[in-house]
Design a protein around this ligand. Structure first.
Ligand code: UN1
Length: 504
């Protein structure tokens, strides 16, 4: 029987990806969390490979920045077409290597396609301002210039979309990219690179060598990229600990980082909330991707008058959740990424009980063919104790109650992470208060929709401990460019500054 990992390897072969990447001497196992199978070993690079990769990127930059932005957009348009053609294969790779259910794998590739469309339009709208000069016969304007090589470090849980958010924007902005994917998802990265190469082949020779590079490697490769003075922007997604290390290194050389780190997202449910909608939103955002999204719902803050009714309905919904092989039709909860994630799930539940929590449902493993499958848990907590304030990358939903709306908002804000948030209410007062300056302190605030599943059109990311990075839509492109204020004197005078005379 073909193992899940071998199925991924067959798809890669079909995409003509990873030719030469496999070797018995390779040191990176390509595995699937579905059944724990291993497809083989991939050759990985060490930090010493970063030198040559950055040199190639710098020379690619010299050419790419001269290509007009709308023409750069054409490459991203072709990438979008190739992604559409390869959508099924890439989505399947995401399922096989990250363990996402089929519709989530497809959804992730759709995010790649969407950001390509967005970036194509953007390639004709990298607009600056013209500014009134205080000096006669002068023209002032603001121009957005390409920045240089962009390093992209991505996590296992969104193994393809996050690269695309960064790469599509970086490319239209005139920057080459160097990608270090998670060591847990090298195969999807190889698949994406193959699709990119197809787009380049159709585009033509004005796409320089080394425009988008892939470095299969470990933490040290990311560290070397973060430390390299030729990389003006490092965009990294992952744990808060990793983000702090990247931010410190990058700030130490006064360059820019764009970070997407932890989330500890809450939903406030008020007495007027539509509970049918709330139950569906909670189930999707708390157990989707087996609780391994940074936007996963982790804290449910319910008004004490509706708590028992809501919890009873959630318990019933949780107890019929189909858990198992994410390829199987109807399954909603796939595996955790690895044994360490399973252990973190178990430990968090133990800590929750120690801290006064009562498990309403879930916990423990489901035997399903070799992967780490857990039963999503709901735990009622007496207070926002240490474990509630911590992001555990697994499907645990902590439930707390409140009686005063302002106190609920304060509770939602009282964690270090500030990525996504939402309120379920039919009261316009509560909804608007939640969205006001004294409401949610998160980067994303929603009304009557859960905290996950953000569209690419908005700036994605958080405030507070998430690193404050904003990626993908809105004006996030400005992070990938340098702003230049330009002044042209078309007079025959030299007014140096207001009121200053300087004769030589
Ligand atoms: C992440 O979990 O790292 O909003 C990103 C969402 C997705 C992106 C999540 N569009 O759930």
């Amino acid at each position: 029987m073909t193992t899940a990992a071998n199925e991924a390897r067959i798809i890669l072969n079909g995409l003509s990806a990873s030719v030469g990447a496999w070797s018995d001497a390779g040191t990176m196992e390509a595995r699937s969390p579905i059944d724990g199978s291993v497809a083989g070993r991939l050759v990985e690079v060490g930090p010493e490979a970063v030198e040559a990769a950055v040199a190639a990127s710098v020379s690619a930059f010299q050419a790419w920045r001269r290509v007009p932005a709308p023409r750069r957009g054409e490459l991203v348009r072709l990438l979008g077409e190739e992604l559409r053609a390869a959508k099924g294969d890439l989505a399947r790779l995401v399922t096989l290597e990250a363990g996402k259910i089929v519709s989530e794998g497809l959804g992730e590739v759709q995010e790649m396609i969407d950001i390509c469309d967005f970036a194509v339009g953007l390639s004709r709208q990298l607009n600056g301002l013209t500014l009134p000069s205080e000096r006669p016969g002068h023209h002032m304007r603001e121009t957005w210039q390409p920045l240089g090589p962009v390093a992209i470090v991505t996590a296992f849980n969104f193994p393809v979309a996050v690269w695309a958010w960064n790469a599509a924007l970086a490319l239209v902005c005139g920057n080459p990219v160097i990608w270090k994917p998670s060591e847990k998802t090298p195969m999807t990265a190889l698949g994406v690179q193959a699709v990119f190469d197809r787009a380049v082949a159709r585009f033509g020779s004005d796409a320089p060598e080394g425009l988008a590079q892939l470095l299969i490697g470990r933490r040290e490769v990311g560290e070397a990229l973060a430390a390299d003075p030729r990389i003006p922007l490092v965009s990294a997604t992952g744990s808060t600990r990793m983000g702090r290390a990247v931010a410190t290194t990058v700030a130490g050389r006064l360059a820019r980082s764009l970070l997407e780190l932890g989330g500890n997202n809450a939903m406030i449910v008020t007495p007027s909330a539509d509970l049918d909608m709330a139950v569906r939103a909670i189930a999707f955002s708390a157990v989707g991707t087996a609780g391994q999204r940074c936007t996963t719902l982790r804290r449910l803050l319910v008004h004490e008058g509706v708590a028992d009714a809501l919890i009873a309905r959630l318990k019933a919904a949780y107890e019929t959740l189909p858990i198992g092989d994410p390829r199987a039709e109807g399954v909603l909860v796939g595996p955790l990424i690895d044994e360490a994630a399973g252990a973190a799930f178990d430990r968090a539940l133990e800590r929750a009980v120690e801290q006064g929590g009562t498990v309403v449902t879930g916990g423990g493993r489901v035997e399903a063919g070799g992967g780490v499958y857990v039963r999503p848990a709901i735990v009622r907590m007496p207070a926002q104790s240490e474990v509630v304030m911590t992001e555990t990358f697994a499907p645990i939903l902590y439930v707390l109650t409140w009686s005063d709306f302002d106190a609920a908002v304060a509770m939602q804000n009282d964690v270090p992470q500030g990525l996504s948030s939402c309120v379920f209410t039919d009261s316009v007062r509560e909804a608007e208060a939640f969205l006001s300056a004294w409401g949610s302190d998160c980067g994303i605030a929603n009304v009557n929709i859960g905290p996950s599943g953000a569209e690419i059109g908005g700036a994605f990311g958080g405030e507070k401990e998430t690193g404050g990075g904003r990626e993908s839509g809105s004006d996030s492109w400005k992070s990938y460019m340098r702003r230049q204020t330009q002044t042209v004197n078309f007079s025959r005078e030299l007014p140096l500054a207001q009121g200053v005379r300087f004769e030589v």
